[in-house]
Design a protein around this ligand. Structure first.
Ligand code: KG4
Ligand code: ZN
Length: 386
């Protein structure tokens, strides 16, 4: 495969995926390895931070070896080292960041400590199958939809301002919670999406939340509650709702279709209103929920109708991975930025960007989201998020 300097090693260990990747100077993904820890956490019903940190340490040698082998390089060939600095689970971040710092220092290479959400934010410009990444436009709107975030950002050069974020649950989080209520194992989002494809949303319409103060912020806890109430109503009528047993009832499929449509319509509402304020140029969509089939179809239709330049993250890069971290580091490296491998520290809470938007320095805290999910776990054990 064609490759240009510098070769960037990316390391991502912010939650429960141990990931290593090699990206070249044009953002080509030469290797991207993600090792999931789901099996280690499943007996506990959720991500246990202490176990996650230990798993990262145990998994790293194999993950890194595989990444180097797939890229056809030796560790000494790496020219820039990057690792996620935050936000995330602090013990998990420390593993990857310490590995990255040590490697950069030992090899005498530049080091970049990357914001996890910047990794997602720029991932829609990446390509798969060995193609170079697209040029990142100077200005664009970024939508990050994941298990911990539902946020709109305005990117202008190196400045990233938060335009809107969720006031309660994240979009992926409610897909997981609704699926959990129906007896599905974590992560429930992809399966709920699959089942929703089989239902008819108009037979179970659910409300699309808006903020009473007119803000563009998202809110998903109301939709979660109405969906859980609708599940209870089905049960009272004698409909079987446990999806771990047998074929799902048509009523349940319709309910999931209605739920998914309301969740997606909220995204379209916010983008539509933002576009109404001032026409949007490029809109870049990323994060685990960017894999949602209806969301992708609806966004493509909306963008075509409105003349918006839509960039959807490639499916294989939508969930957490290290290639997006290497790519975000490459963008900063091109601007001549670097961090000190001897002093940079991990941060479980980390504000994104340096601009002066409506909410400068807002806390984007994966661990807070994780803890709130844990608090709500109905069986007393932590529930995973990513
Ligand atoms: O970005 P990600 O891998 O991790 C972070 O949260 O940072 O996102 C994971 C989330 C989970 O909540 C998962 O259920 C959700 O993305 N997800 C989906 C789909 N695929 C993954 N939600 C809805 N539809 C999908 N197809
Ligand atoms: Zn993520």
């Amino acid at each position: 495969m064609e490759r240009t300097a510098p070769l960037v090693l990316g390391i991502e260990t912010s939650c429960d995926d141990t990931a290593a990747a090699v990206v070249d100077g044009e953002g080509r993904v030469l290797a991207s390895v993600v090792s999931s820890q789901l099996a280690a956490h499943r007996p506990f019903g959720g991500v246990v931070p202490e176990i996650a940190s230990r798993e990262h340490l145990a998994n790293w040698p194999q993950v890194a070896t595989e990444a180097f082998e797939r890229a056809g390089i030796e560790p000494a060939d790496v020219e820039v080292v990057a690792a996620t600095r935050g936000p995330g689970l602090i013990g998990c971040l420390l593993v990857g960041l310490s590995l990255g710092r040590a490697l950069a220092w030992a090899l005498g290479r530049p080091f970049l400590a990357v914001h996890h959400l910047e990794g997602h934010l720029y991932s829609p410009f990446m390509a798969i199958d060995g193609a170079a990444a697209a040029t990142v436009p100077e200005r664009f709107i970024g939508l990050v939809v994941s298990g911990g975030h539902t946020s709109l950002y305005r990117v202008d050069g190196a400045a990233v301002d938060t335009v809107a974020e969720t006031r309660d649950d994240a979009m992926g989080e409610i897909f997981d919670k609704v699926g959990k209520r129906l007896g599905l194992p974590y992560p429930q989002g992809p399966r709920v999406d699959e089942l929703a494809e089989l239902g008819e949303p108009s037979r179970c319409p659910l409300p699309v939340a808006t903020c009473s103060d007119g803000a563009l912020d998202f809110s998903y806890s109301g939709l979660k509650s109405s969906t859980l109430l609708a599940i209870e109503a089905l049960e009272r009528r004698g409909v079987a709702t446990d999806l771990s047993m047998g074929e799902p009832a048509l009523e349940v499929l319709d309910l999931l279709a209605g739920f998914r449509k309301a969740a997606v319509d909220q995204v379209l509402d916010r983008l539509g209103r933002l576009h109404g304020e001032a026409p949007l140029g490029v809109v870049a969509v990323s994060g685990g929920v960017a894999a949602n089939r209806l969301l992708r179809r609806a966004l493509v239709r909306w963008a075509e109708a409105e003349g918006v330049d839509l960039r959807l993250v490639p499916l294989s890069l939508s969930g957490d991975n290290a290639a997006m971290i290497a790519h975000a580091a490459l963008l900063r490296h091109r601007r001549g930025e670097r961090d000190d491998p001897l002093s940079v520290e991990a941060a479980s809470r980390l504000p994104i960007g340096s601009g002066h938007g409506r909410q400068p320095g807002v806390d984007l805290d994966d661990s807070a989201a994780l803890l709130s999910v844990m608090d709500e776990a109905d069986d007393g054990t932590p529930e995973p998020t990513a």
